[in-house]
Design a protein around this ligand. Structure first.
Ligand code: ADP
Ligand code: MG
Length: 246
């Protein structure tokens, strides 16, 4: 039975004594866009890594449609319908754009012809058709970011997690990204979890926000209530003050 939900419940992650996450519970339904925000070092990437089993959980559980992901390897998590991008771009530099996206479709067990069909459609949708035969290494930063997202979508995931997709993009590139991302959940019936520091982008894109500070959830809810939440304001002012003294 499918309830169309990704659920991380009471998650704790520790790195040699440091508690990077504690008691974090986050749900993502298909069709919705949730923003995961918080100061640097608050545990956002670690939560994504915990969901995709790239770091071990010290406590808690992650499930998809009610089925636990415990004991699965990262590639098995992908087969349960969770795709992600990384904070640092991870493309195969020596492969073309089309080959990068095709590799993800083939990894899902798709035949070559079906994979190529899927790749063509994705590159067209992402405005990358003209660069299909370009080596990934030669792309602009914004284009690399879009290839990463196209590659994640090649697996036709139910849940897409993007770790700072707009980092390093200029304003025009962020606008293009925003309009691409805003369509995805409804068109593909997928749940989108997005981490980004571009607050105007996050506020316009997301249906709901989840805020971490020092590894704990300090607020969650709709964009307006989170924006006005005193704990959130303080967490951001605190980190801005620290940055000022650094
Ligand atoms: N692999 C790791 N080993 C040790 N400490 C880590 C590791 N990954 C993250 N951390 C620590 O966990 C905390 C949360 O980091 P991270 O999840 O990357 O934060 P964010 O993505 O919110 O900036 C930080 O204190 C960071 O130094
Ligand atoms: Mg991070």
């Amino acid at each position: 039975m499918s309830d169309g939900r990704l659920c991380a419940r009471d998650v704790r992650v520790e790195f040699s004594g440091l508690r990077a996450l504690d008691c974090v519970t986050l749900e993502l339904a298909r069709g919705e866009i949730v923003g995961l925000i918080g100061p640097n070092g608050s545990g956002k990437t670690t939560l994504v890594n915990a969901i995709t089993r790239q770091v071990p959980l010290a406590a808690g559980e992650v499930s998809v449609d009610g089925a636990s992901l415990s004991g699965l390897r990262p590639h098995e998590v992908a087969r349960r319908g969770i795709a992600r991008s990384f904070q640092i771009v991870r493309l195969f530099d020596h492969l073309t754009v089309a080959e990068n996206v095709e590799a993800a479709a083939l990894a899902q067990g798709l035949g070559r012809r079906a994979a190529q069909g899927r790749v063509g459609a994705l590159l067209a949708e992402f405005g990358l058709a003209r660069q299909a035969e370009t080596l990934a290494a030669a792309l602009s930063y914004g284009d690399k970011r879009r290839v990463e997202i196209a590659r994640a979508l090649a697996a036709e995931p139910s849940f897409l997690i993007l770790d700072e997709p707009a980092a390093g993009m200029n304003e025009g590139e962020s606008e293009v990204l925003l309009s691409l991302l805003s369509r995805l959940p409804a068109e593909r019936k997928l749940g989108l979890l997005i981490i980004d520091h571009d607050m105007p982008l996050i506020m316009r894109l997301c249906h709901r926000l989840h805020v971490l500070a020092s590894g704990r959830t300090i607020a969650e809810g709709d964009v307006e209530s989170v924006r006005r939440n005193p704990a959130v304001i303080e967490a951001y002012l605190g980190s801005a003050a620290e940055a000022g003294h650094a």
